[in-house]
Write a protein that binds this ligand. Structure first.
Ligand code: ADP
Ligand code: MG
Length: 374
């Protein structure tokens, strides 16, 4: 793997102050023809933090990024960078490094000239420009390729040049909008690790956009889940994954079992619910209020038990078992309810045991009460 060197601490004022910036959006709104693409969004990125906007296509992620970068005007609200409102500043004065799908390399310039471009805009002298561009190319693993034109580089290499260009003026934060979307899976995973490594070594704040939940899970300090221009949930990746606030979030972030339930009792962060054929069980409760409730249990949080327990277990039959290589997927039927279960490696259950009665259980902290239809 490529190693990345920290930047020299000799930044001139013309190439950024090298402070790790904060980004803050206060009730930011963008409407197109009366429709809100971004709907009164509040969002912060703390200095050095890696925050990911995760949401399906059309949820307002790119519009949000464009407003932070200064390429789109706000309908209302304010964007602050390092605590200062920037609404009147053009993009180049916001000191943000930007890698957007729409913000491609200049085809007629070499890789190095592309990386030098932001420095040229900032009137940095040619010798210093060249040196900084070389350093930046080296940081993204492209040492020695500066003379190539973009079309002599692979898709992954072109994205690295874009990243080098975004980093070269020592921005106070990076805005990355689906930077790996065009790359194949293996290359994408490699770039994910490298971007994380660069972010850690520079301590730079990152606002990242993806619609890929695995990418969001693996890279972020905090995930902000967006839907229809609004934040529906935010938190540490493992927290959002383990404790989705709504059935929509639970489904968007991977597979889950949603078991309709009625609440028997609620107190102090847990609830006792009646799951019908699965009996009563004690679950986590974040206090969401609604009309219809369900319990969400991730497939990998179900485990076979030698015998049923009084709570948080169920007895049913194996309907199918599919070996997916690293994991096995079982479908279980418990009364009218189907349960999806994922095991890490082959264990006691095999295809030969299809139809046999089995007991499954889950940890109380792995089952989350949520509101259905939200
Ligand atoms: P995402 O990046 O999450 O896929 P976008 O921010 O690109 O979402 O789009 C959010 C919504 O705003 C979509 O419904 C999209 O059609 C609409 N939208 C985005 N840009 C424009 C525009 N320039 N004119 C009209 N509608 C737009
Ligand atoms: Mg987008």
């Amino acid at each position: 793997m490529t190693t990345f060197t920290a930047p020299a601490k000799t930044a001139s004022p013309a190439v950024g102050n090298q402070e790790n910036g904060s980004i803050e959006l206060r009730r930011v709104r963008k409407t197109y023809g009366g429709l809100a693409a971004v709907d009164d969004l509040d969002l912060t990125v703390e200095p050095g933090e890696f925050v990911t906007l995760l949401g399906p296509s059309g949820s307002g992620k790119t519009t949000t990024m464009m407003m932070v970068a200064g390429f789109e005007e706000l309908t209302s609200g304010t964007v602050l960078i390092n605590g200062e409102p920037v609404d009147k500043l053009p993009p180049k004065d916001r000191n943000l490094g930007v890698v957007f799908q729409s913000y491609a390399l200049f085809p007629h310039l070499s890789a190095r000239e592309n990386v030098e471009f932001p420095l040229r805009m900032r009137k940095v002298r040619p010798a210093e420009r060249r040196q900084r561009a070389e350093e930046s190319l080296e940081r993204v693993g492209l040492a020695g390729l500066g003379d190539r034109s973009p079309r002599q580089l692979s898709g992954g290499q072109q994205q690295r040049v874009a990243l080098a260009r975004a980093l070269v003026f020592h921005p106070s934060a990076l805005l990355l909008d689906e930077p790996m979307a065009a790359l194949d899976k293996r290359l994408r995973e490699q770039m994910q690790e490298e971007i994380k490594s660069i972010q850690r070594s520079l301590g730079i704040s990152v606002l990242f956009v993806t619609h890929d939940q695995d990418e969001a899970m693996s890279m972020s300090d905090r995930i902000v889940v967006m839907r229809e221009g609004k934040v529906v949930q935010q938190g540490a990746p493992e927290d959002v994954y383990a404790h989705p606030a709504t059935d929509w979030v639970a489904n968007f972030l991977g597979d889950t079992n949603l078991l309709p339930c009625t609440i028997v009792e609620r107190s102090g962060g847990t609830a006792v619910v009646d799951l019908g054929p699965l009996g009563t069980c004690r679950v986590r409760d974040r206090g969401a209020e609604g009309e219809r409730y369900a319990v969400s249990i991730r497939p990998e949080h179900l485990a076979f038990l030698p015998a049923a327990r009084a709570q948080n277990s169920a007895t049913g039959r194996v309907v199918s078992s599919t070996n997916l290589g690293a994991t096995i997927r079982h479908r279980l039927r418990i009364g009218e309810q189907e349960l999806l279960m994922r095991e890490l490696s082959p264990s006691s259950r095999t295809a030969a045991e299809l139809g046999t009665e089995v007991c499954v259980g889950w940890g109380e902290d792995k089952a989350q009460l949520l509101v259905l239809g939200s």
